[in-house]
Design a protein around this ligand. Structure first.
Ligand code: HEM
Ligand code: HEM
Length: 176
């Protein structure tokens, strides 16, 4: 039976979910087309866009996380204990990674002595010292985690589509 009346996430939660999807699509498109970054590269053009979109992602994710902690998830109507835990775990890791990932990029930018700003106007403090080895290492991990996030999102989207087309249980409509 199709459960069309499944309770939805509230409007702000839904808006922020889809805003992050759009920002991430833009962020990956920029990351994969921006010039290679070497010692002495300046943060201009697409690289500057990467920093701007990245800090916007942290800002939205922090608001989203606070909103999520303040409000309960809409009641779950179906599923086994295992699938509920799997969804909870995947969502939790996505929240965590989408905050940690931009912070690592920011730490790498600071180690390159770049000033990172929020929306191009509010200067943010450096997260690592210029020339720092830790900030350098963060850049390497940032590149690896970018693939990890893509993999998890793939699992997440596959699960959403499985609910919609195979189980037909209204889960996708909770976020639509
Ligand atoms: C969720 C947000 C982010 C995602 C998904 C992301 C994704 C990526 C990806 C895929 C690359 C590798 C590009 C390549 O293959 O050449 C990259 C590199 C980089 N990103 Fe991000 N990024 C994010 C946020 C940020 C932020 C907030 C900053 C800085 C404020 C940043 C700074 C950098 C830097 C400096 C590099 C080059 C690292 C190096 O070559 O060592 N990123 N990012
Ligand atoms: C960049 C891609 C995406 C990310 C990072 C992401 C992340 C998340 C997170 C963290 C949640 C948990 C929300 C919460 O409990 O506050 C969630 C829920 C959800 N997402 Fe996504 N999502 C992405 C793309 C998509 C896409 C493309 C779809 C649809 C095909 C989708 C469908 C859903 C649905 C239906 C839920 C609600 C699940 C439930 O009933 O609890 N997501 N997503």
């Amino acid at each position: 039976m199709s459960k069309t009346a499944a309770p939805k996430y509230d409007l702000l939660a839904r808006l922020m979910h889809w805003l992050i999807v759009v920002l991430l699509i833009a962020q990956y498109a920029i990351a994969w087309t921006m010039p290679d970054i070497h010692r002495g590269t300046q943060p201009v053009g697409l690289i500057q866009w990467h920093l701007q979109f990245g800090t916007a992602i942290i800002a939205v994710m922090i608001v989203r996380l606070v909103w999520r902690l303040l409000r309960r998830e809409p009641d779950v109507v179906d599923g086994t204990a295992f699938t509920r835990q799997a969804a909870r775990f995947t969502h939790g890791i996505l929240y965590l990674l989408l905050i940690v990932q931009p912070l690592m990029g920011w730490a790498n930018a600071s180690s390159r002595d770049w000033t990172v700003t929020l929306f191009g106007v509010i200067p943010l403090p450096p997260l690592s010292a210029a020339g720092s080895r830790l900030g350098h290492a963060m850049g390497d991990i940032h590149q690896i985690f970018a693939w990890g996030i893509l993999g998890l999102v793939g699992v997440h989207v596959a699960a959403a589509l499985y609910h919609h087309f195979m189980l037909r249980d209204g889960v996708l409509r909770r976020m639509a």
